[in-house]
Design a protein around this ligand. Structure first.
Ligand SMILES: NC(=O)c1ccc[n+]([C@@H]2O[C@H](COP(=O)([O-])OP(=O)(O)OC[C@H]3O[C@@H](n4cnc5c(N)ncnc54)[C@H](O)[C@@H]3O)[C@@H](O)[C@H]2O)c1
Length: 268
């Protein structure tokens, strides 16, 4: 799908990858953008910048962990622009925790990283089917195909996000809805810094595993992946090879990950 003339709703658009997608979609000629984030002032500022530059853009402050707010967000975008052609479920959170993660941390991770995608799709897909098609981009992570050492809730919920995107693609593809799961490794955003300057084990692992891309590089991969209507969008090409190796020999893969994690923990 080309973005030219399309209306896109992007969650987590205040910063990082979501903001870069908004800029890139505007450059591609999107007819309208509906940007949401917990950080209201950030999406408000981006919306006025893009509107001034010629792309009609609206902003809403939304906590995507709230199912009613997510449904309302889709309805507001449809009311404002007449349709949502492209839904980017992009807002996401990491925890940098393992077995120490408490129930509230697991709940919040499920709500933001998985259920927000479910509720947004529930609200947006019927309109797409009615109009003969649409596009869902689910920002997952390479952690949703492999794992994220040092972050159990992130690994588990990103796997679930990939699984939901795959289910959507299989179920609604025949009705014209295309789906992509965006699965980057490290990207230079606040999420990778983790609020501690990037010292957590998960941040150190990600930075050691592969080149850290800029959000703009990821936005370009989204444009390319959407043009080709590819299910897996992998801004770091080597993730495909890791995924193949893991599927071919899971025990060997886990052994390699254990050695890699041990080397990083030891300061390697
Ligand atoms: N940065 C990376 O290394 C990396 C790698 C793979 C995947 N991802 C994924 O990319 C997506 C975007 O993250 P990013 O790296 O741009 O980080 P970021 O922190 O720069 O941006 C995330 C945005 O989501 C917003 N957000 C968080 N919780 C929200 C909520 N409950 N409701 C509404 N908005 C909320 C934040 O305010 C922020 O603007 C996430 O899903 C993340 O898991 C990031």
């Amino acid at each position: 799908m080309e973005l030219d003339g399309k209306v896109a709703l992007i969650t987590g658009a205040g910063h990082g990858i979501g903001a870069a997608m908004a800029h890139r979609f505007a450059q591609e000629g999107a007819a309208g953008l509906f940007l949401v984030d917990l950080d209201g002032p950030a999406v408000d500022a981006l919306a006025s910048e893009l509107t001034t530059a010629g792309t009609p853009t609206a902003a809403q402050t939304v906590d995507v962990a709230d199912p009613d707010a997510v449904r309302e967000m889709v309805a507001s975008a449809q009311a404002r622009f007449g349709a949502v052609d492209v839904l980017c479920s992009n807002a996401g959170i990491g925890t940098a925790q393992g077995l120490d993660a408490d129930a509230a941390t697991w709940d919040r991770s499920w709500s933001v990283n998985v259920l927000a995608h479910v509720h947004a799709a529930e609200a947006a897909i019927p309109g797409m089917v009615e109009r003969g098609g649409g596009y869902v981009v689910a920002t997952c992570s390479a952690a949703g195909l492999l794992t994220m050492v040092g972050d159990a809730p992130y690994s588990v919920t990103k796997h679930a996000a990939v699984a939901f995107a795959e289910w959507l693609a299989v179920t609604y593809g025949p009705q014209g809805v295309r789906v992509s799961a965006l699965c980057p490794q490290g990207v230079a955003t606040a999420l990778l810094d983790g609020g501690d300057g990037g010292n957590s084990l998960s941040s150190r692992i990600v930075r050691s595993a592969a080149e850290v891309l800029q959000p703009e590089d990821v936005a370009q991969s989204v444009i390319d992946g959407m043009a080709e209507e590819r299910f897996l969008i992998l801004p770091h090409a080597q993730v495909a090879e890791h995924y193949r190796k893991k599927a071919a020999d899971p025990d060997r893969w886990i052994g390699a990950m254990q050695r890699f994690a041990a080397a990083i923990e030891d300061g390697g």
